[in-house]
Design a protein around this ligand. Sequence first.
Ligand code: F6P
Length: 327
Amino acid sequence: MTQPIKSIGVLTSGGDAPGMNAAIRAVVRSAAFYDKKVFGIYEGYEGLIQNQIHELNARSVKTILNRGGTILKSSRSEEFRTKEGRKKAYDNLKSHGIDGLVLIGGNGTFTGGHIFWEEFGIPVIGVPGTIDNDLFGTDYTIGFDSATNTVVECIDKLRDTAESHNRLFFIEVMGRDSGFIALRSAVASGALDVILPEESAPMEDLISELKKGVENQKTNKLVVVAEGNKLGDTFWIAEQIRKEFPKMESKVTILGHLQRGGSPNCHDRILASQLGVAAVEALLNGKTDMMVGVENNVVSLTFLQKAISNKAVLNTELLRISKILSI
Ligand code: F6P
């Protein structure tokens, strides 16, 4: 039988996302609420290996609810992929008396957490924090909604120039393996087309959408491109289109890490608060090797293995809607 948890460690790992701080605050405050010690582990798994571990209290997390990034900092640790690295991490945890971990991050974070639990038996609970929204077992990940709003705000601005100059814009958004940001922002910004990693539509489809746009006298043409799409690099796509439509002036804008920054919106602050509390309560209730999520408005638990080996499914209805409305 697992021992009752007395002391919890929290870390953020992988790409930062708006709302990670709100999640850290929720973990620290709920641990304090239940009279547990709580430690912040700085720079993710790398900091765990390097023993960058400091005790926090309810006041340590004041005024961070609305802040972007992560006060605990983040990293992608190569050393944690090795057994030796994980052993150092375990020894550091033991030296601080930490007997449960909350891991805020995405796929890579949970893969590491799952192996760590299997090897050393330290209870771990994952909190989905990534702008990509690509985790199975939650309708939304922390940061996705804020990032999508940032994208929509940027596309609205690009639309002004597209309209004023009759230009075509290719807007590249994040999503190494998933098109959640691309699809949602395309519908919300009225894009003419969207190119997703989940689809393998040929170049001809894009060409025919653009031809339709010309026939229908669309004065601005916005195409949202997910970075991980199968068609090709955004500059290459734009180049092919220039060959096909030599008179159409086209530009490429890569939004990049702009999407990860900024204050979390209300949705992400609430989600992070709910999930941070749920993670601590799950640990205290003897749960481990699981991710907390919200599905159909209810907090749920999914085994880490299941969360990382399954793919969150895109809403194809939204894709259909986007095709209808871009006429
Ligand atoms: O946070 C997820 C993500 O934004 C991906 O969509 C993207 O490919 C990746 O992180 C890039 O992260 P970095 O440049 O920090 O390695």
